[in-house]
Design a protein around this ligand. Sequence first.
Ligand SMILES: [Zn+2]
Length: 231
Amino acid sequence: MGKWTMRAVVLLVMLAAGWWGLQKLPPQYNPFALLTLDEPPTVVTRYKLHQLANHPQECMALLAQARERGMISWRAQADSTGECPLTRVVRVTRFGNVSLSSSFLASCPLAVRSAMFIHRVAPKVMQTQGSALVRIDHVGSYACRNIYHRAQGRRSEHATADALDISGFRFADGQRITVEKGWRGAGSSSRALRMLFKESCAFYGNALGPEYNAAHAGHFHLGVNWFGLCH
Ligand SMILES: [Zn+2]
């Protein structure tokens, strides 16, 4: 066998082994596998979540699958026009056993990311709080405005229903924690909030909380832009 034939054979064997290896990889480590709803989040998962915005049909298929599995309840919402037009948004009404202070409008990527986050974090909350998470309090997702309500500047993620502002959590035993009152200090509320915030970072493009700035003292801003900004 000539030197070049030998090299070609070695290369082919390596490629085949690489391909075989990829097939064996769990989805959270395989960038070519479709995103799955309950894969433990890795940097590969983050990449696939980021891609949802560029693949609306795949996103909607995943969202339909999440509804079938009882992870999220939502209904389709008609496209709207105006200064901040909305296309392909849904109205989210609950996440499985977790209700909402009110339903909210969400882009498909925001809805999928949120469903995966709540699905993942709920059992952990049960472990640390000793009581099930039953409700999420929020202060909105869609608002036709610029960042920080400034007159000039770029549009907020809220102008496209690409971010949810969560202000508190309620539990089956009646306990209620708010970001505003619970974040500071060393109590169990603070620990629970910090755990919830940290977990959210794996599922959203950006998660901004009380440590970020005064504008976020009372809520977690969980949005789809950027790639793992977590403050
Ligand atoms: Zn926000």
